[in-house]
Design a protein around this ligand. Sequence first.
Ligand code: GLN
Length: 486
Amino acid sequence: MELFNLTIHELHGMLNKGETTSEAITESVLGRIKAVDGKVRSYITVTEEVARTQAKQADQAGKSGKAPSPVTGIPVAIKDNMCTEGVKTTCASRILGNFIPPYNATVVENLNKAGYVMPGKANMDEFAMGSSTENSGYFVTRNPWDLERIPGGSSGGSAAAVAAGECIAALGSDTGGSIRQPAACCGVVGLKPTYGRVSRFGLVAFASSLDQIGPITKDVTDAAIIMNLIGGHDPKDSTSADLAMPDFTSSLKKDVKGMTIGIPREYFIDGMDPEVDRSVRDAVKTLEGLGAKVVDVTLPHTGYAVATYYILATSEASSNLARYDGVKYGFRAEGAKDLLDMYMKSRSQGFGPEVKRRIMLGTYALSAGYYDAFYKKGQQVRTLIKRDFDEAFKSVDVIATPTAPTAAFKIGEKSEDPLQMYLSDIFTISVNLAGIPGISIPCGFTKSNLPIGLQLLGKHFDEAAIFRAAFAYEQATDHHKKRPKL
Ligand code: GLN
């Protein structure tokens, strides 16, 4: 197999044995980007120079006998909403088209310290608002399994890049499913950690009470490896939890004996694609065969999740995005008559239609006279949704659901109908509202060869349990080994 198709742990093993070099791996990935990115369009910025310099440094460190980390010399793509010092960070928005951060996000800093290689900054929906990457202010990313289809979103560039071999692994962010849903659409692994597990310092804010950064990888082991490096307390993020970090690779065991897996009846609904339904049910049977006890659970407030999310996320977004006013940084429109006109022109020209829609929705939900009816009510329902999970987790270790109701849809199919688009998040957003961790892993393919995702959810800060179940399932199947033909 080509180097670009291998995993972090496979390449790490080869590096340790002297069978390859970081320069060779990096050239393989950069060559792959040259060969396929014209079709897939995963990257907003390819950082060839940075990557080559980092690869050289990694190889030199290896020669000098410095103990490598598991990602030393390995190319990991960064979603373009995480600040990278000296490298443009656009959030896929025109309003940040010229923004070069003077600092690194904590996650990037951590990977840097571990000696990783950055091949580039991945495309996304503008400000992470979307489920298809069609809302990018620059271009649409295509699904490597079928170029006519969406890669999912908002971390669509990251997931497509991993699936297409345009990086070895990637970082994404997940506010309402943006790591898990694109991972499902592209046939890769995506983990949204518990809220507070990974520092958000240097992540461009969308909805601060929901946003989390996490890995998108080719298999579960790689996700655990990245989590070990990016997780943990960060004094620069007041919402990051001051808790000890387990070694997640030690939770990767081949069985699930003694584990109880809950199946929420609210997640197997009419309108779900029958092929998705069947694959997920088969996956649960596989887990049962590996020793898990499977029981029914109920999450009665699930039906309110989409509405609740779109009140709370847009409210937080309207507040967070008020900072883009053309004054200190970012895009400033030409030809304004006065200050107010400059604000209005800069924001009108700088933001795309979905971002404007969200700012208007959120401003409305927070406005005097409507706050109690919308924002406050949303917060109350959020508590009920969280309590549903607390109750269910009294009797189970892990909850299994589909990641998305359908496989990847066609480009353009839902872009004119925001509500249909919002409904693609129906199985992922409750998880962000509750703050719990969730992973999506490949669990099969449709007849037309599109990947299907299984979602596994855990208790707060119990990523270890979902890693264990996910790894056991993965070892018993080979969906994760398939690569798209490009
Ligand atoms: N698709 C959801 C939205 O548009 C989730 C996005 C995300 O997780 N960043 O808000």
